[in-house]
Design a protein around this ligand. Sequence first.
Ligand code: PLP
Length: 379
Amino acid sequence: MKLATKFIHAGTEPDPSTGAIMTPIYQTSTYVQEAPGKNKGYEYARSQNPTRTALEEALAVIENGRHGLAFSSGVAATDAVLKLLQPGDEVIAGNDMYGGTYRLFTKVFEKFGIRFSFVDMTSIEAIRAAITPKTKLIWTETPTNPLLNVTDIAAVTTLGKQHKALVCVDNTFASPYLQNPLDLGADIVMHSSTKYLGGHSDVIQGALVMNDTTLRDQLYFIQKSCGAVPGPMDCFLVLRGIKTLHVRMQRHCENGVAIAHFLRQHPKVGKVYWCGFEDHPGYAIAKKQMRGFGGMMSFTLKDDHVEKALKVLSSTKVFALAESLGGVESLINHPASMTHASIPREERIKNGLSDSLIRLSVGIEDADDLIEDLKQAIG
Ligand SMILES: *Cc1c(COP(=O)(O)O)cnc(C)c1O
């Protein structure tokens, strides 16, 4: 089945009791049983909910996986993966990634005896060098938030298999429309469904997709035992979002191309971080593993003073100054003080995330209006 058809029909069947074409929002906490232990597969809504089941099936379909699990947020999905580990286990993660993931790893899980090494994931050699017999998980985000670095997923999964370490790919930036890590050998795909899957900035949610049934059962056990499950209304919203993912992503990609090239030729703009430029170090890999380059990019000004960047950030009228990304509306963000403030400044600077970096989530408005807005803001 081609992508467009798959995205629209994934997981949804007409409701068996009424024929309703959209999966109903099963706003219930429990299910009446015929006799003790005799039920229709639904016992208590932390463990199962039909709206969530439909969404979880859809998640599996769109990521070419066998099993999907939905969580109350992206970080709750990440948290569940980390709970597969034992004290003493080691994790290798990228040195350029979402600030909340870094915070969860270093401020929550280090306390429980899990060790993390943060490496440059564009270098397979750097990952290999960090592997020890205790490495149980390789966590990678590609393209990265916010510097749009690209990791070679197939190369990392080969390395993971050689060393019996699970590989989990945070596929939030690309979305399943542009990239399917399970097809490249990843064990788990993670999403902040808050972003492109939901697509309308109206829900917080997370997802995991995998092929291995034992792994699914372990993660399902964590999901129901720890309880970070999304409510049925939120599941409905993400299910609805997925139906238009392909058309939204096509426009995000088109607008992304237009804005990236506009920025690059602007005399006041310094560096533009976007993996669709042919001279981007990750371009060849991105071209190989992605179907397009998406709507995320970052840039600096030639006059690299923080105040100048802050002025641009407060001057846009169409781009709204806000955290988050992947919605239909364009957002502008200051990683140093917003999405990545939880990473110590020294770490950030060392890894190339300067105080003056500006991140854009290019929405699906008219590209001319977006360019005009950036023109007046940059001045
Ligand atoms: C937003 C985000 C997350 C966290 O997801 P939440 O839904 O906010 O909990 C994780 N990874 C990336 C790349 C993100 O952008």
